[in-house]
Design a protein around this ligand. Structure first.
Ligand SMILES: Nc1ncnc2c1ncn2[C@@H]1O[C@H](COP(=O)(O)OP(=O)(O)O)[C@@H](O)[C@H]1O
Ligand SMILES: CC(=O)N[C@@H](CCC(=O)OP(=O)(O)O)C(=O)O
Length: 271
């Protein structure tokens, strides 16, 4: 022992970043959307919003005589459907959300993954099913997104990405959320908030109060085996674990009131 004092390694604390996702059911209900946007705009610290809008796309497609087909929770996106979702997600929903956030003094900027080359994806290869113009995320430009955040903009992403060769692709909003969170984890301590109409993952779907407060990789397997997780919740939780393995700090799932400090009745997901 030399008796010399070793210099201590200084570990720089990462700044926190919240990535919040709202789905179709909240978007469809003006009152819920307004409540949510107020909570989101009051959320402290740096933040990103990702929105879906699948229900609205199905509704408008049907008005145009275009039938919607979903397989494993993903929309079969032919050329006509791609036009509809571009108008609905990138236009109608995104711009209304941005305008409402501006009215709440949040300087939102609406984006698809093509904007600022922020999210590139690969068209899903045809195996048993041809999903058409559906993209699987390949690359998130954390530096481009961070430039917007550093300039005090709040990015608002819709469920559209691009392949870098001029093609827009439809990408599930939960996947965009988890992949953006993974990308931003290089720079920030990221937390995801999946807001939907229920108070969390429920042990009994018919009992609104049966929330599972904590899910980790062990309890996840158990819930899967017991068939407690079904439908839209299956890809949602799969995304959650992808995100956690990709470096996301924590994931919260519940209704919009989980964005307030007072409410702790929601599902927290960790590894
Ligand atoms: N155990 C469960 N707990 C909560 N929701 C569940 C469960 N199993 C299935 N679900 C379904 O998952 C849905 C949420 O997924 P999804 O429809 O994709 O929501 P969103 O469009 O908001 O992303 C719920 O509305 C519910 O019907
Ligand atoms: C490929 C694919 O399925 N994309 C989704 C994108 C929208 C979405 O994810 O909306 P919600 O969050 O409201 O379900 C779709 O078109 O339905």
């Amino acid at each position: 022992m030399s008796g010399r004092v070793q210099p201590r390694l200084k570990i720089k604390q990462m700044e926190k970043l919240s990535i919040v996702k709202i789905g179709g059911n909240i978007i469809e209900d003006q009152a819920s959307l307004d409540v949510f946007l107020k909570l989101f705009s009051n959320l402290e610290g740096k933040k990103i919003l990702v929105h879906g809008g699948g229900k609205r796309a199905t509704h408008i497609a049907s008005k145009l005589g275009i039938e919607s087909k979903m397989i494993n929770g993903r929309r079969i996106t032919d050329a006509a459907t791609l036009e509809v979702i571009t108008m609905v997600y990138g236009g109608l929903v995104n711009k209304n959300v941005v305008a409402k956030l501006q009215a709440l003094n949040t300087n939102a900027i609406g984006l698809t993954g093509a904007d600022a080359n922020s999210i590139k994806s690969n068209k899903r290869p045809v195996k048993d099913i041809d999903f058409g113009f559906v993209g699987d995320v390949k690359e998130v430009s954390h530096t481009a997104i961070d430039k917007l955040i550093q300039a005090n903009f709040t990015p608002v992403f819709c469920a559209i990405t691009h392949d870098g060769e001029g093609q827009l692709l439809n990408t599930n909003a939960d996947t965009i959320t988890s992949q953006v969170a993974v990308g931003m984890s290089k720079l920030y301590e990221t937390s995801i908030y999946y807001c939907f109409e229920l108070i969390g993952v429920l042990r009994d779907i018919n009992d609104k109060d049966s929330v599972v407060k904590h899910i980790d990789s062990n309890t996840y397997q158990d819930l899967l085996e017991k068939g407690i997780i079904a439908d839209g919740m299956l890809p949602k939780l799969e995304n959650c674990f992808d995100a956690l393995y990709g470096g996301v700090h924590e994931i919260n799932m519940g209704n919009t009131s989980m964005l307030t400090q007072e409410n702790d009745n929601f599902t927290k997901i960790t590894l």
